[in-house]
Design a protein around this ligand. Structure first.
Ligand code: ZN
Ligand code: ZN
Length: 357
């Protein structure tokens, strides 16, 4: 899968002759080839596309790249020199760059070295990446299924005495075992009073009977992320725990019911938030309802009160309200949905009714 053509087709609208892709995620999105950190660059022009990398990657890049010419850097010929060649070959005058990612130092280097104007154009990529193709949805669904298989297994292993860190380690192993390339992010596993830390780090704390365990995790499949959260109870629940759980679940369902193309991120967030506020827990839901997911675990568009723009069809967003009672307990439930003209499809199949292990 590559998106060179899609990017090239947007150049004119942005008044650009070319787009330079230096950040890892955009480079991968354009080319379908992954080189880490600063080990590569892609250049998209109206007629021809280039990928520059060094000898550690050239063989692998050659096997993967389609629709782009591979040029090697190193041995005294760096990225600036390679870019300069391409700029001259294609008579590039205005070249977009990722102002949202490039460091000031890199920008200064290229500004001095390259014989063209550098134009901030991160949005070109962010806008394209918001809308997923059928092929992208397929690999994201595959990543989601892997995470769900890992969940199914881990539910057999959660019992009093097992530590948060052990559960996190097993989730990572299981996702890799079932075919993940990597984790979307370090799994979050928090239990009991740690559950009120939305992004808590798994600790040596042992799970105890009567506690919630919240697991937020995902994996990467063909370069695309999955993301899900399930909160399960161990042994028994109090009435309060049940009320909090049911409120979060009802809020999540309300947000999902409100989600469709053309609705603002803010409106989707509000539909879920209303349910939590009506139950009296409004001040305990601090974060947004959801975020875009794709090549990166957090990308555009967001479904939060900060986004008053309509969400496009084909956007994949998380649906993850939570209630966090500081020092006592927390519940979050997260699915990933894809927006359609008349609603949304849930990519997550794992059950989410209250489960008491
Ligand atoms: Zn998550
Ligand atoms: Zn998420």
């Amino acid at each position: 899968m590559n998106h060179f053509q899609n990017i090239a087709a947007r150049l004119e609208a942005y008044g650009l002759d070319a787009m330079l892709l230096s950040c890892e995620a955009n480079r991968f999105y354009a080319s379908g080839f992954h080189s880490s950190g600063t080990d590569g660059m892609a250049l998209v022009t109206r007629n021809k596309h280039y990928y520059f990398t060094d000898s550690r990657y050239t063989e692998a890049a050659g096997r993967t790249l389609r629709d782009a010419e591979l040029r090697k850097v190193g041995g005294g010929t760096g990225y600036s020199a390679r870019l300069k060649e391409a700029i001259q070959e294609q008579s590039i005058q205005k070249m977009g760059f990722e102002d949202g990612y490039m460091t000031v130092k890199e920008f200064e280097t290229y500004r001095k070295a390259l014989p063209c104007e550098l134009v901030p154009a991160t949005d070109l990529l962010l806008e394209l990446r918001r809308v997923k193709s059928r092929e992208e949805l397929e690999v994201m669904t595959a990543a989601q299924r892997i995470a769900e298989r890992a969940l199914e297994d881990i539910l057999q292993e959660i019992r009093p005495g097992v530590t948060e860190r052990e559960i996190a380690a097993r989730l990572q192993y299981l996702m890799l075992h079932y075919g993940a390339e990597n984790m979307s992010f370090d799994p979050i596993v928090v239990s009991g009073p740690n559950g009120s830390l939305p992004h808590g780090v798994p600790s040596e704390k042992e799970i105890q009977s009567g506690e919630f365990v919240t697991m937020d995790f995902g994996c990467i499949c063909h370069g695309y992320c999955s993301d899900m959260t399930r909160t399960v109870a161990v042994g028994s629940v109090t009435e309060e725990m049940r009320a909090v759980y049911e409120t979060v679940l009802a809020a999540q369902k309300a947000g999902i019911a409100a989600a469709r193309a053309g609705v603002t991120g803010k409106a989707v967030d509000a539909a879920a938030r209303q349910v939590i506020e009506a139950a009296g827990y409004g001040r305990y839901f601090g974060h947004g309802f959801g975020h875009g997911v794709g090549v990166e675990i957090h990308e555009a568009p967001t479904a939060s009160s900060a986004n008053d723009k309509p969400l496009p069809a084909g956007a994949v967003i998380s649906a993850e309200p939570g209630i966090y009672l500081p020092g006592r307990l927390g519940v979050r439930i997260e699915d990933v949905i894809v927006l359609t003209e008349d609603g949304c499809e849930n990519l997550t199949r794992a059950p989410k009714e209250l489960l008491i292990l």
